[in-house]
Design a binder for this molecule. Structure first.
Ligand SMILES: [Zn+2]
Length: 307
């Protein structure tokens, strides 16, 4: 007897916002300073300028990333390598730089846009490029000094490390895992709202993974801490970079074992069990509560549950 089941049986991976970048991150080039000098000098090299962590986009009905020339970027700006563009563009080098954008905007007619709004506008993988640039540049801004000895650090590996000038410790960009989960019991799913959410807005519960904890344990702990829900099975769905500043959202379904909710009012203002019909109405904008927008992975979770 052979077992024909494969780990890849079941539904395809769902669409997730802020993913799908077409850049080749080309790690092998980051380690070679000579390659980087050559890439920066290429006539087709372009920069995504981030002014105070906000991207510069083109104007118009469908804004795109405004890819600036090297001469538009101040020489002393922190600059990081994003990757090589797709083969259709000839594998052109793409960088991001932290710099004031007033001159660039005046010269090219671009606009500086809040990064969340930009991610919602861009879609199609370009939001992930903004996410990559924002998380990296934010990390450089906050890691000017060594966490081990306090001496100044210097950018290395084209933006993917910082080396301490005092003790030579090498530091790497952080990604902080966050679990976001939909507890399911029978034909109900649990949604909640934090006090700072817009009026009537509910989402899946979420929380940071703690040191020394698996993702499954983080899902179970957060649901119990925030809502008093005990958890059985946990099933991974998908993940998403969330560059505010450097999270990785890990979405899962969790088997709820009880229906009675005990709210942690420091974290949540309200939590409720909703049906698939409730969720379909909320996703369609016709419910009595508001669901997260398509860009958010909580939207993907809710949509995957009702589909
Ligand atoms: Zn040090």
């Amino acid at each position: 007897m052979t077992d024909a089941r494969s780990p890849f049986d079941g539904p395809d991976q769902p669409w997730v916002g802020i993913t799908g970048s077409t850049l080749d991150r080309a790690d092998h080039l980051r380690r070679d300073p000579g390659s980087m000098v050559a890439l920066r000098s290429r006539p087709d090299a372009r920069w995504l300028v981030m002014d105070n962590l906000k991207p510069v986009l083109t104007q118009g009905e469908n804004p795109d990333i405004l890819w600036a020339h090297r001469s538009d970027v101040p020489h002393d700006a922190v600059s990081v390598f994003l990757g090589l563009s797709g083969s259709a563009d000839g594998g052109a080098p793409r960088f991001a730089a932290a710099a004031p954008a007033a001159d660039l905007v005046a010269l090219s007619g671009g606009q500086v846009i809040d990064a969340r709004a930009a991610a919602a506008m861009l879609g199609d993988g370009r939001a992930e490029i903004v996410a990559q640039a924002r998380s990296l540049l934010d990390w450089h801004a906050r890691h000017q000094f060594c966490a081990a000895c306090g001496a100044a650090t210097r950018l290395g590996k084209a933006g993917y490390s910082r080396t301490c000038q005092g003790c030579a410790a090498e530091h790497f960009p952080r990604t902080d895992p966050v679990v976001i989960m939909l507890a399911i019991k029978g034909d109900h799913a649990l949604v909640g709202r934090q006090p700072n959410f817009p009026k009537r807005f509910f989402s899946a519960l979420a929380g940071f993974v703690e040191p020394g904890e698996s993702l499954e344990e983080a899902v179970a702990r957060e649901l119990y801490e925030e809502a008093g829900i005990r958890v059985g099975k946990v099933r991974y769905l998908a993940s998403q970079p969330w560059p505010f500043p450097s999270s990785l959202m890990i979405a899962a379904f969790a088997e709820g074992l009880n229906l009675d909710i005990t709210l942690d009012t420091d974290e949540l203002e309200e939590a409720r069990w909703v049906t698939k019909d409730d969720v379909r109405a909320a996703l369609a904008g016709t419910g009595d509560w508001l669901a997260p927008p398509p860009m958010a992975i909580a939207h993907t979770l809710l949509k995957s549950w009702v589909c």
